[in-house]
Ligand binder design. Structure first.
Ligand SMILES: [Zn+2]
Length: 411
């Protein structure tokens, strides 16, 4: 049941004076000094920072907590090979339970929205989509999930995936995925992108692809994706995840690609924890970091955000479903140093991701849905530095997680 809440002494960003935030019928009813509201449950936050809930724009719920047998080489290729074997025999119940476990952690860490890629291919067919969709339904209202139908094995290399992609879109996937660099040649990568656009147009859906997740400077599908986006008039509707090879390109070619990405208004998602782990495995020192050119993309006006990508699986043995951790690592590894750059890192799993997921009414504003996480920090830098516990998590006016001993929360 939705209660009416009065959160006293909350710090809004870019302000040094705490205010009260009143929440009624799921929405922010008022913001101001010393509000007087009858019949509201009052919580004195003691000056905690009130942030809009976090957004995780790139995750894989379908392979959460899937770490056996271990990926001994630590490469993306071995992870994909083991995963292909495992998904043949996994039960839907196992996929559902592990996805729920990841979602529960995300809720506790103040995440209100997520975009999750689900493998669609000749091996798994829709066997992973169905249980992940059930997990999505279960968390509806606590954490909203957009599902990407992800043809990880390619559309030319694995042609059955083309019909399966259409079927997945009919059966509840929200976004068309892709992985053009999985194809055997540049021509096939171009065909892969064209087919994905055709399907996206049929369903009036956005596109979110895994792009050039490799250190190989010859992997040049980001440029293709930008060109096709412009040709199809799909600006602001396309997202490119990883884009590791952009870091390996010569500077002049990288500049040209970044210009095209900016023109195409493509969002770029970096998944720093995972690519620090998976990339550079063939290098001797100095070992490349596999992180896309975050700073140059930001400077070119590209919308850049960051994702968690994986939790405790073949691709990454760690992860906590904590977007503050991801933002801090993004800041460190991308050399986001100046105050406005650190602010940008904090904003990546918030406003930048909201733009990617096309969320309306994002932010703490009177009249907007009350989606707030309270943090013991005073500003962006402290939020990243201190990695504070997410004391109270409010979703659509409901308290969905509390680590505050004064407030009991029964899940
Ligand atoms: Zn991914």
């Amino acid at each position: 049941m939705t209660e009416n809440w009065l959160f006293r002494n909350a710090l809004l960003e870019n302000s040094s004076t705490p205010v009260d935030i009143a929440v009624r019928l799921g929405k922010v009813a008022d913001i101001g000094a010393e509000l007087d509201m009858a019949d509201y449950q009052v919580v004195d936050t003691g000056g905690m920072l009130a942030s809009p809930l976090f957004i995780d724009p790139h995750h894989h719920l379908d392979c959460a907590f899937l770490s056996e047998p271990p990926n001994l080489s630590g490469t993306l290729e071995e992870a994909i090979q083991i995963n292909a074997r495992l998904k043949e025999s996994r039960s839907e119940q196992d996929v559902f339970e592990k996805a729920c476990r990841a979602l529960q952690l995300a809720v506790q860490n103040g995440t209100g929205w997520m975009r999750s890629h689900t493998d669609i291919d000749s091996i798994s067919k829709l066997k992973l989509l169905h249980p992940v969709s059930e997990a999505k339904q279960k968390f509806n209202g606590q954490l909203d999930v957009q599902l990407v139908a992800f043809p990880q094995l390619g559309l030319i290399a694995d042609p059955q995936s083309i019909d399966l992609l259409r079927l997945a879109m009919r059966e509840g996937a929200d976004v068309v995925g892709g992985m053009p660099h999985a194809e055997a040649s540049t021509d096939d990568a171009a065909r892969h992108i064209e087919i994905a656009f055709q399907i996206a147009e049929e369903f009036n859906a956005d596109i979110d692809m895994h792009v050039d997740e490799t250190d190989d400077p010859a992997s040049r599908t980001l440029e293709l994706l930008a060109e096709v986006t412009i040709r199809h008039g799909y600006q602001e509707r396309v997202t490119a995840g990883h884009c590791c090879a952009l870091a390996a390109y010569p500077d002049d070619y990288a500049r040209r690609v970044i210009e095209k990405v900016a023109q195409a208004q493509i969002t770029v998602i970096t998944n720093p924890l995972i690519n620090l782990y998976l990339q550079g495995r063939q290098d001797s020192q100095p070992v490349r970091r596999g992180i896309t050119r975050v700073k140059e993309l930001l400077e070119a006006g590209v919308n850049v955000t960051c994702g968690s990508d994986d939790i405790s699986n073949l691709f990454f043995p760690f992860g906590r479903m904590d977007m503050l951790e991801v933002a801090m690592v993004t800041s460190v590894v991308s050399h986001l140093t100046r105050p406005e750059q650190i602010q940008a890192a904090f904003d990546m799993p918030r406003w930048h991701a909201a733009k990617c997921l096309n969320l309306q009414d994002y932010g703490i504003m009177v009249g907007a849905p009350a989606n707030i996480v309270f943090l013991a920090a005073n500003n962006a830098r402290e939020a990243l530095q201190l990695q504070p516990v997410k004391r109270l998590v409010v979703r659509n006016g409901n308290l969905v997680s509390s680590r505050d001993e004064r407030i009991s929360y029964n899940s």
